[in-house]
Design a protein around this ligand. Sequence first.
Ligand code: FE2
Ligand code: FE2
Length: 355
Amino acid sequence: MTIADLYAIPSPASWDVPQDFQTCFNWEFAPERTRLLGLYERGKTMQWNANDRIDWSQELDPENPQQLPEESLPVSGAPFYQRMSPAEKAQIRRNYQSWSVSQFLQGEQGALICAAKIVQQVPDMDSKFYAATQTMDEARHVEVYKRLLQKFGVAYPMTKPLKELLDQVLRDTRWDMTYLGMQVVIEGLALAAFARIRDYAQNPLAAAVNAYVMEDEARHVACGRLALRDYYPQLTQAERDEREEFLVEACKLMRERFDAIELWQHLDVPIQEAVEYLLVSGAQQKFRSNLFSRIVPTVKDIGLWGERVRRGYEQLGVLHFAEVDVQALQEDDQRIAREIDARRRHVDQTIAAAQ
Ligand SMILES: [Fe+2]
Ligand SMILES: [Fe+2]
């Protein structure tokens, strides 16, 4: 089954985004920045093959594919959901989880294309080297989410807000805007969403896929931080203001992405009731604001922390995340992936010893 066969909502076969940017050759092959080159070295040594590292014979649970707690379904507390039969609830669960993994898959293709664009556009050689390893990582992420999604038996196209942001980021001729939109905003959000599945899914396949992708993403965000932290002090205040404005607008747009309106419409739930519930539910508000826990500290770290951004984030109720220690989170992401590897080795050794 290809993904095209699984779309529950019609999707065009492809999407062409016109491009008008300059590709930059660097004849000095410079500069050599130790920290960025260190990330490039790690990017090379930490490549992995999804065929070997993941046991794809594991299946999903038909009633609750990733075996997630009921609270992770945004409408689980809504009266219309509670009135449903167990079979209807299972149908909602399966489709909501598939919708969210579909967004991961669609977003990863965006990341693949943005990483390749950065290779062409970014002026310095260390960033080109690093972005080349990232391009390979993103291809692998598309591969693993595609394989995971095929096991759901149903898929969804990219949501409108995500498409709008990607379109804007790809059409922009300035390389740092691709970094900001993709590595800071979209990947920052994705990391928070992946972490939720990695940490709460009882299904070992779903947990492993997200943990391994996060191990790579931790490097991507680190690279974005290093590249932008060096670049932004060189810009004028007006240029930095423009980026701050973009960051606030992009975050507002991405918050809408999690409403999943097209999914509720497709599933024929009482749409008005669903939307009202999502708007007033405290748990849902908290869920949405937690998705910004990785973006906000990165924005502060790269020096786009003027009045405009702080006011915007305050309105979104996410300003307190500025205190999050991103470095510690990244170290955790790498440690958890290694722990999953160790568990897999232990299982393989036990099976081998029994034979
Ligand atoms: Fe990725
Ligand atoms: Fe990435």
